[in-house]
Design a protein around this ligand. Structure first.
Ligand SMILES: Nc1nc2c(ncn2[C@@H]2O[C@H](COP(=O)(O)OP(=O)(O)OP(=O)(O)O)[C@@H](O)[C@H]2O)c(=O)[nH]1
Length: 405
């Protein structure tokens, strides 16, 4: 019997122990879950939502630089932080217009400039009978067109004779005759090409540009550089107009646009001869085709001008001979321009004339007068403020332009 009760007691104890184990295990599990929850809430805080990486996403391991421990007193080399260089923006180099197409475009400007010569012809053809008074008026109009007294008389006489024979009844014929006679005065036989053949092999051709300030000298040097670059020539500019501080800046800007170097001085009022010398020296060193030197043209005294330009030329010629001395004249200044031209021609050996601002002048006759007086051809003409408004002078195109063809 006691065996029966012993078995019952053992079974009862076993049941109680098993129940206790199950209870304790469940409680531990709940405590663990609560602890995890509390930890999670303390990390997240508030209502923030954390998006955990999905098991498919690859998380790149963070690269951590491990620094070697340094010996006390040793120098630690810290690599400087290299800022990226700001990109250098090169100025865009322009391709200037070719000389031939310039003239075709610019010729139209002459025909629209209400030219006195065209007007004189129209007046002549509009009268019923050409008598002595009509011829006198004609000659006077020619003189006011800056043709000069000599050429005006010559032209009137030539027309008088030829129209007396052929008659003026046919306006087309009369215009043809005037065209021929004018062309004869402008003289198509003159050599108008720029002499850019260096005297010595390897030297650049040197072009010295002179003229009174304000005539368009600096502008002409810039435009001429463009004409030459369009002909595939290499060029260096010399800013020897040191009298006006902004002139060098102006010239350098012209050069930059066509990718041409400008030699200038950093010092205001520097010696023009020294800048001119440096420019030619640079041209020799770089082996360029042409060096164009801009000068200041102060007409303070004739001797002062002579000294200045004479010195510039002499100093340049220590490096290379001067090929061309171009005199820049403003066509709108008429007889004033002629007076300047005479003075410059006495001071330097002018080899060619650049007539600027012909677009603003109704007096194209100055071409004839200046060539006659100086015995030097007009080689280039300026017909506007645009960068490509300078062109080699073409006598036929000029005469047709001013007569409105
Ligand atoms: N309409 C017209 N204007 C021109 C022409 N050539 C030059 N000019 C203008 O004339 C003005 C004077 O030109 P510059 O080149 O500065 O004259 P500059 O002789 O060098 O004068 P400085 O620099 O003072 O010695 C400028 O406003 C030019 O744009 C031209 O053919 N036609």
């Amino acid at each position: 019997m006691w065996i029966f009760w012993t078995v019952i007691a053992i079974v009862g104890i076993a049941i109680v122990v098993a129940g206790a184990i199950v209870y304790l295990d469940g409680r531990k599990q709940r405590e663990l879950e609560q602890a995890e929850k509390a930890e999670l809430e303390s990390k997240v805080g508030g209502d923030e939502v954390v998006v955990a990486p999905s098991p498919t996403e690859t998380v790149e391991p963070e690269v951590v630089e491990v620094l070697e421990p340094q010996e006390p007193g040793s120098t630690v080399l810290v690599e400087p932080v290299v800022e990226p260089e700001p990109a250098v923006v090169e100025p865009e180099v322009e391709r200037p217009e070719a000389p031939l197409s310039r003239w075709a475009r610019l010729r139209r400007r002459l025909s629209t400039s209400n030219n006195a010569l065209a007007r004189a012809l129209a007046d002549l053809l509009s009268v019923d009978k050409i008598d002595a008074d009509v011829w006198d008026d004609f000659e006077t109009t020619l003189i006011t067109s800056d043709l000069g007294v000599g050429p005006a008389t010559e032209l009137t006489e030539a027309l008088r004779k030829r129209l007396a024979v052929d008659g003026v009844a046919d306006p087309v014929k009369a215009k043809e005759i005037l065209t021929e006679e004018l062309l004869r005065l402008v003289d198509p036989s003159l050599d108008r090409s720029l002499n850019l053949t260096p005297a010595n092999d390897g030297d650049p051709a040197v072009v010295l540009v002179v003229g009174v300030n304000g005539t368009g000298k600096t502008t002409t040097v810039g435009k001429l550089a463009r004409v030459l670059v369009a002909e595939d020539k290499s060029v260096v500019l010399g800013a020897a107009d040191t009298f006006r501080a902004a002139a060098a800046e102006q010239l350098a800007t012209w050069g930059e646009r066509v990718g041409v170097e400008t030699v200038r001085s950093d010092v205001d009022g520097a010696d023009p001869a020294s800048v001119a010398f440096d420019a030619v020296a640079k041209g020799v060193e770089d082996g360029v085709d042409v060096v164009i030197v801009d000068t200041a043209g102060r007409l303070h005294t004739k001797t002062g001008l002579m000294d200045e330009l004479g010195k510039v030329k002499r100093v340049i010629e220590k490096k290379a001979p001067v090929n061309e001395v171009l005199l820049v004249l403003d066509a709108t200044t008429g007889q004033n321009g002629m007076t300047q031209a005479r003075i410059f021609a006495e001071v330097v050996d002018v080899t060619g004339i650049v007539l600027t601002k012909l677009d603003g002048s109704a007096k194209g006759g100055i071409v004839v007068q200046v060539q006659r007086e100086l015995g030097v051809p007009v080689k280039l003409v300026g017909l506007g403020e645009g960068v490509d408004d300078l062109a080699p002078f073409d006598p036929e195109g000029f005469v047709q332009g001013i007569l409105g063809d």
